[in-house]
Design a protein around this ligand. Structure first.
Ligand SMILES: [Zn+2]
Length: 94
């Protein structure tokens, strides 16, 4: 019989994991579980941000290009207004 170090549940000798809390009972089981858990934890961290980061990068670049377009539109709008005003002024002159 094995006693769980975590919850003191008694388990049969062929049990690698506690029947009550699921913690590994043997050193072998620990070695089997921890690399698996590590990869399970690491993979979402590596795979998850990539599409989101790519989307964010795209959004940022889109935003920057939009901002530059808006500033150019503003600039040309002001130039056009000045030209229109000058044209009006000169057309009013005798
Ligand atoms: Zn246990």
């Amino acid at each position: 019989m094995k006693t769980c170090a975590n919850c003191k549940q008694t388990n049969t000798d062929d049990n690698q994991f506690c029947t009550n809390c699921g913690k590994p009972l043997t050193e072998e089981a620990k070695e089997d579980v921890y690399p698996y858990r590590k990869t399970e934890v690491e993979t979402p961290i590596v795979t998850k941000p990539t599409p989101e980061a790519q989307a964010l990068e795209l959004m940022n670049s889109m935003d920057e290009s939009l901002k530059s377009i808006k500033s150019w539109v503003k600039f040309f709008g002001i130039v056009f207004l000045i030209a229109l005003l000058l044209n009006l002024l000169f057309s009013c002159m005798p």
